[in-house]
Design a binder for this molecule. Structure first.
Ligand code: ZN
Ligand code: ZN
Length: 402
C-alpha cells in the first residue's frame, strides 16, 4: 500500500498525455455512429486489458459499449464510483480543417465524444497505476449510442450500477463555449429532460367560401401553438425554466379548403420532474379545451426521451476542489443549464454524482459550437479532463478530503 500524492499523479498525467492525444486522433479520424462503434470499442477494450483491470465486458445490443472494473488493492473507504464517457459520433460532414479529420464521409465527432473516450482512457490508466492507494472500486462506463439516446438505458439495464452497487457517478462533456482550462460546473440541473410532443387535430371539411359548414383545423392548430407559448411566462415559477417548441406542422388540402387533419410535432424541455408533470398535464388540458372550444377534437401524445441531469452538490464541490489542485484548471460557474438532453441522466437517477463541462476552445480561437461542422476541441483539454476526473475519484477513494 502506498500513499497517494497529487504531485505523483500530476507528473504521470503529463507523461501519458502524448499517448492519450494519439488515441484521441485515432478515434476522431475513424468516427462511428451510435450502435456501430466497433473500432472505437475494440481500441478501448484492448487498452483497458493492458491497464490490468479486473473485469472488461461488452455492453448493449450492439456489444459496442465497454464496461471496465478496477478494484483497489490498498486501504480506504469501500466506495464504488462509476465514471462514464460517451463514445459515438454524429452524421455530419466535418469542416474543422484539423490534420486528423474524419476519414469517413458524413460522420464526425462533432460533439467531442472522441475527447470523452480518450479522457476516460486516461482516467483508467492513471487509476490503475494508483490502485494500491485505495480499497474501493472504480467502474468505467464507455457508453455507446448517446446521440440517439439508447446506450445509457442499455448500460443501466445491463446492471452496471450494481454488483458492486455504485455509490456515485461522474462524467464530463466538452464545451467550446468556455475556454481551455475552464471547468464548467453547476449545482443543480446541467441538461434538460426532453419529451417529444405529437398533437393530432381533427375538424370537419368545408370549402373556404362556406367556413360555417366546417371546423377549421388550421385555426385550432394556430390557437394551440399561441396558447402554449403562455405556459412558460404565466404558469412557471419565474426562476425555473421550461421550453415548448414546435418544429413541424403538417396538414391541409389546398388554399380554399379547411378542416383536414393537422399534425403538430414539437418538444417539451424541463429541468425538474415536477415541472415536467405540470406541463404535461397543462399541455393536455389546453390542447383539448382549445380544440373542443373551437368545435374540433385533438389528441396529444408524449414520448419521454430523456430526464434532467440533476447533479449532487457534494460531488460538484469535490470536482471544484480537484480543479484547485490540477495545473491549468479553473472551476467556473455556468450561467445556465443546456436545454438539450443527455442520457447520463439515467445513471444519475440511480446514484448521486456530477457532470462537468470541459472547456475546449483554444484561447483566442473561434467559437464553434458542438454539433456544428466546424466544432473543434483543443488537444490540451484532454490532460486537464482526465487529471480532474482522476483527482476527484482518488480524493474520494483515499479519504484525502472530508
Ligand atoms: Zn451531442
Ligand atoms: Zn455529446
Amino acid at each position: 500500500m502506498s500513499q497517494y500524492s497529487h504531485e505523483k499523479l500530476a507528473a504521470r498525467a503529463k507523461e501519458i498525455a502524448p499517448q492519450i492525444i494519439e488515441w484521441r486522433h485515432q478515434i476522431h479520424s475513424h468516427p462511428e455512429l451510435a450502435f456501430h462503434e466497433t473500432a472505437t470499442s475494440a481500441l478501448i477494450e484492448k487498452q483497458l486489458k493492458k491497464f490490468g483491470l479486473d473485469r472488461v465486458e461488452r455492453i448493449g445490443s450492439s456489444k459496442t459499449g465497454v464496461l471496465g472494473v478496477l478494484k483497489g488493492t490498498g486501504t480506504g473507504p469501500e466506495l464504488c464510483i462509476g465514471v462514464r464517457a460517451d463514445i459515438d459520433a454524429l452524421p455530419i460532414q466535418e469542416e474543422s480543417g484539423v490534420p486528423f479529420a474524419s476519414q469517413t464521409p458524413g460522420v464526425f465527432h462533432g460533439c467531442g465524444h472522441d475527447t470523452h473516450a480518450s479522457c476516460l482512457l486516461g482516467t483508467a490508466w492513471l487509476l490503475s497505476e494508483f490502485r494500491d492507494c485505495f480499497a474501493g472500486t472504480v467502474k468505467f462506463f464507455f457508453q455507446h449510442a448517446e446521440e440517439v439516446l439508447g446506450g445509457g438505458e442499455e448500460f443501466v439495464k445491463a446492471g452496471v450500477m450494481e454488483d458492486p452497487h455504485v455509490d456515485a457517478v461522474l462524467a464530463l462533456h466538452a464545451l467550446p463555449d468556455i475556454e481551455l482550462g475552464q471547468i464548467g460546473v453547476r449545482t443543480d440541473a446541467m441538461t434538460a429532460g426532453v419529451d417529444e410532443i405529437k398533437i393530432t387535430i381533427e375538424g370537419k371539411r368545408a370549402h373556404g367560401a362556406y367556413p360555417h359548414f366546417g371546423v377549421d383545423t388550421i385555426l385550432i392548430a394556430s390557437t394551440i401553438v399561441t396558447q402554449l407559448m403562455s405556459l412558460g411566462s404565466r404558469e412557471l415559477y419565474p426562476t425555473d425554466c421550461a421550453l415548448v417548441t414546435f418544429g413541424s406542422i403538417h396538414g391541409g388540402i389546398s388554399n380554399s379548403y379547411i378542416g383536414a387533419p393537422v399534425t403538430l410535432e414539437g418538444s417539451l424541455r424541463t429541468l425538474r420532474d415536477d415541472t415536467r408533470e405540470k406541463f404535461v398535464r397543462r399541455i393536455r388540458e389546453i390542447v383539448e379545451s382549445v380544440a373542443t372550444g373551437l368545435r374540433g377534437r385533438a389528441t396529444v401524445e408524449f414520448h419521454q426521451e430523456s430526464w434532467p441531469t440533476t447533479v449532487d452538490r457534494a460531488w460538484v464541490d469535490r470536482v471544484r476542489r480537484a480543479c484547485a489542485q490540477v495545473d491549468g484548471a479553473e472551476a467556473v460557474d455556468l450561467r445556465s443549464p443546456a436545454m438539450g438532453g443527455e442520457d447520463f441522466a439515467l445513471f444519475l437517477r440511480k446514484a448521486p454524482g456530477a457532470l462537468f463541462r470541459l472547456g475546449c476552445r483554444t484561447p483566442g480561437g473561434p467559437h464553434c459550437p458542438t454539433h456544428s461542422p466546424q466544432f473543434y476541441a483543443d488537444d490540451r483539454s484532454l490532460r486537464i479532463g482526465y487529471e480532474v476526473m482522476a483527482t476527484t475519484v482518488l480524493n474520494a477513494l483515499t479519504g484525502a478530503e472530508g
